[in-house]
Design a binder for this molecule. Structure first.
Ligand SMILES: [Zn+2]
Length: 208
């Protein structure tokens, strides 16, 4: 369902998730949306062409995964992050995806939940860049990609601030060890860096 996935950085042992959770849930920390918006804008300004060429062509639509209307009083957290950068929101197709229910823990496991999102007919035939804040098992992003493909999107590539990794997860232990001395270098993306876009292969359960 996802044709590819690119993390802006890796988040080790909950380093990035803590900042994201504060930006989302603590009104007094809402200012954290500004550096996050700036990070996303900077990464895209420098590297979206690299990602497009790696995955076979220009993206026609950029879609941020929406929050459910019952979550945080209906605030769409990622739109709020994008809105901190002037004129940036015009580059994103808000309304292309609708979230039908609030995520529950079991939905975040590595599986596609077919009814979790509904996509607008406007996505038909489009090459889509799909953005979410974090990527843990990939279940949320895969469910969103599923809805987009069902509505006729021709390709969906995921992007997130961070891919969550933990040293005590068996399948990521070796990779986490290899990251120990690596700094965030915003002028390098996974494509520039000459690394494979993601070192893990994903196994998503297809809906039956
Ligand atoms: Zn690059």
């Amino acid at each position: 369902m996802l044709d590819g996935y690119v993390p802006i950085c890796y988040s080790l042992n909950a380093g990035l998730e803590g900042i994201l959770a504060r930006a989302k849930n603590e009104p007094s920390d809402a200012w954290l949306r500004m550096p996050l918006g700036s990070l996303l804008w900077t990464f895209m300004a420098q590297h979206i062409r690299c990602v497009e060429s790696f995955y076979g062509g220009k993206f026609n639509l950029r879609v941020a995964i929406p929050s459910h209307s019952s979550t945080r009083g209906g605030l769409r957290h990622l739109d709020a992050v994008i809105d901190t950068v002037r004129d940036f929101s015009a580059e994103w197709a808000s309304g292309a995806l609708h979230k039908n229910e609030a995520s529950k823990a079991e939905m975040r496991r590595a599986q596609i939940v077919p009814g979790l999102f509904t996509a607008s007919p406007a996505v038909k035939g489009q090459r889509i860049l799909l953005f979410d804040d974090t990527f843990t098992t990939g279940g949320t992003m895969a469910s969103a990609a599923y809805a987009l493909r069902q509505a006729g999107a021709s390709s969906v590539v995921g992007l997130s601030f961070g891919r969550q990794l933990r040293a005590d997860w068996k399948d990521s232990r070796e990779f986490v060890a290899s990251l120990a001395d690596r700094k965030l270098e915003i002028d390098k993306c996974v494509v520039h860096g000459g690394r494979q876009a993601d070192p893990f292969s994903f196994v998503f359960h297809q809906p039956g």
